[in-house]
Design a protein around this ligand. Structure first.
Ligand SMILES: *[C@@H]1O[C@H](CO)[C@@H](O)[C@H](O)[C@H]1NC(C)=O
Length: 111
């Protein structure tokens, strides 16, 4: 019984991930960034990654985030430029992306 439900959930899960990551309005390298999202019941804990579409680089910002928190403050690494996105990924499998923000730019750190 339980296995059957788990199987159905596993098959349907790509369709029911309803996590939506908001795109930061402004982001400054090396400074704290408030990341917010909306969630629906059933969303799994995720890892938050900073991805750069240009370089393909993926930097972990937070692991095992509880979707119900709906926000987390992370400190940005010392990276700047355009084409960054936030990704919520399965913390056991970075290739399983639950949600991606729109692209945004990160400003150079204050000197
Ligand atoms: C960030 O990186 C730049 C370029 O590598 C460097 O010049 C700067 O000192 C770094 N800033 C901080 C706050 O680490």
């Amino acid at each position: 019984m339980f296995n059957k439900i788990a199987l159905v959930a596993a098959v349907l899960s790509p369709l029911v991930h309803a996590l939506t990551l908001n795109t930061p309005a402004s982001a400054v390298a090396t400074e704290p960034l408030l990341v917010t999202w909306s969630t629906t019941p059933g969303d799994q804990p995720f890892s938050l990654e900073l991805a750069n579409s240009g370089s393909g680089e993926q930097i972990a910002l937070a692991n095992n985030v509880n979707p119900a928190d709906e926000s987390i403050t992370v400190t940005l690494p010392n990276v700047s430029g355009g084409g960054f996105t936030l990704e919520a990924v399965n913390f056991g499998d970075n290739a399983d992306v639950f949600a991606t923000s729109a692209p945004f730019s990160i400003s150079a750190p204050p000197s």
